[in-house]
Design a protein around this ligand. Structure first.
Ligand code: GLU
Length: 473
């Protein structure tokens, strides 16, 4: 059987990390099995869905690299198909027109409650052998209800939670089309899953209640139970306070993590481990995730979002990355400081020097800003600590030694600076820190040779000269 999974977000906001994890699990499951991963936008709720939100989801999926197969399906473009299936169910007697008003239905529920039963629609308009239906009231457009089996059980074959069995008597005759003809959510999902040949429905466990309803409709449509998809309901992600992760906990939208300087691969790595393990391995490349992921190993309990661990995972990914693979994110973060149009080669050169030192890409961009403009001022604390009476003369010597270098290259630079320290009988630190301050404005930068190589000869010499002039006063 060829696997087809799907991600089916409702475009009512940003892409939440919970949604991103569900998408990741669906994507990994399909990738590992050489299957297809489809994307479906569940935009039938016109009041809550927006085009902007669709774009935000697509951008986030794209940034995460969760590529989908085939065209994106939009539910709002499939109304004709839903209407066709509703007609089919009506014709087959598997759905019926119901003329009960909202007040009627409320009254039915109320009386069920009064009898100590589960509040439900009472089946007034459901055709039954030998039953005479009431006369449809004039001028009332009916809703369409699905005729849920009156007995028996529905089993959800859940790959995460194990089989979940629900008695059909618990289930209402679900409204599948409203009085205005528009199909309802659970119905659209079923038609789509059927038409798209979905073999594995992987989604948040907030949908468990919908699943028996969906399974019953699916059975009515496809007949053969053997063709039902498998389900995997993935537990919620909780905030550190044990409550469902939400805006209250700070960043939860995928693109906010980008803004914070998290790498897409690191976010995926962090998310895959929330609720799934492969031995005690913590760091996974994309290919390793694909090779090892199995939905059967996803744990049934909720997991807790831990921002500190995410930062740690991110740092590990930055350290291990090929510099070329950091270029896009570094460019994105530098652009936020108005630094643009750098070549990929230049960005990779910067990333190669900075990657051992930064926890986030935002940090890397910030730590690299000195490359693009001379210090507007020098950090007062650093000046107090490192700039002594003898410093201008030392920096002037460094300027002289570096000016003489035939080649602007790491080992030669280190040797020239060491030569100045030795000639003046001071430690390297006495020279290195003033150089850093002269070049970057502060006492922190990569190693002296890396800093100077990155900055280049002209800028280095100009900034040293400025520092000599300023500190000499
Ligand atoms: N559209 C639903 C949501 O955003 C997902 C439905 C599903 O996966 O079946 O929660």
């Amino acid at each position: 059987m060829s696997v087809v999974t799907r991600f089916a977000p409702s475009p009512t906001g940003y892409l939440h990390v919970g949604g991103a994890r569900t998408a990741l699990y669906s994507w990994l499951y399909a990738k590992r099995r050489g299957g297809r991963f489809v994307l479906r936008i569940e935009d039938t709720d016109r009041e809550r869905s927006t085009d902007d939100a669709v774009q935000v989801i697509l951008d986030a999926m794209n940034w995460l690299g969760l590529d989908h197969d085939g065209e994106i399906a939009y539910q709002t473009q499939r109304f004709d198909r839903y209407a066709e299936v509703i007609e089919q169910l009506l014709a087959e007697g598997k759905a019926y027109r119901c003329y009960a008003s909202a007040e009627d239905v409320e009254a039915m529920r109320e009386s069920a409650r009064a009898r100590g039963e589960k509040p439900k629609y009472d089946g007034t308009w459901r055709p039954m052998p030998g039953k005479t239906l009431p006369e449809p009231p004039a001028g009332v457009e009916p809703v369409i209800r699905f005729a849920t089996p009156l007995s028996g059980t529905t089993v959800i074959p859940d790959l995460v939670k194990g089989d979940i069995t629900i008695s059909n008597t618990e289930l209402d005759d679900l409204v599948i089309a409203r009085a205005d003809g528009t199909p309802t959510y659970n119905f659209c999902v079923v038609v789509d899953d059927m038409d798209m040949g979905i073999t594995h429905v992987i989604r948040g466990d907030d949908h468990v209640n919908n699943t028996p309803r969906q399974i019953n409709i699916l059975k009515a449509l496809i007949g053969d139970e053997a063709d039902l998809p498998a389900y995997a309901h993935v537990p919620m992600i909780l905030g550190p306070d044990g409550k469902r992760l939400s805006k209250r906990h700070g960043a939860v939208g995928v693109m906010t993590f980008r803004d914070m300087g998290i790498l897409p691969g690191a976010l995926l790595n962090y998310l895959v481990r929330l609720g799934w393990a492969h031995g005690d391995q913590e760091i996974f490349t994309r290919d390793e995730m694909i090779a090892h992921f199995d939905i059967a190993n996803v744990q049934g309990g909720a997991s807790t979002f831990d921002p500190e661990k995410l930062t740690w995972v991110n740092q590990e990914h930055i350290k291990a990355a090929e510099p070329a693979d950091l270029v896009d994110e570094l460019a994105f973060h530098l652009a936020r400081h108005d630094i643009q149009d750098l070549s990929a080669a230049r960005l990779a050169e910067i990333a190669a020097v900075q990657q051992a030192r930064c926890k986030t890409m935002a940090e890397m961009a910030e730590a690299s800003l000195f490359l693009f403009s001379a210090p507007a001022e020098y950090d007062a604390k650093a000046v107090k600590k490192h700039i002594k009476t003898a410093t201008p003369a030392l920096l002037a010597d460094v300027h002289g030694a570096l000016s003489d270098l035939a080649e602007w290259q790491g080992a030669a630079i280190t040797e020239a600076v060491r030569g100045v320290a030795e000639a003046n009988e001071v430690g390297m630190g006495k020279v290195a820190q003033p150089i850093r301050i002269a070049l970057t404005g502060g006492p922190v930068s990569p190693s002296i040779d890396d800093t100077l190589v990155l900055l280049g000869r002209d800028a280095t010499l100009a900034r040293l000269q400025t520092a000599v002039d300023v500190f000499d006063q």
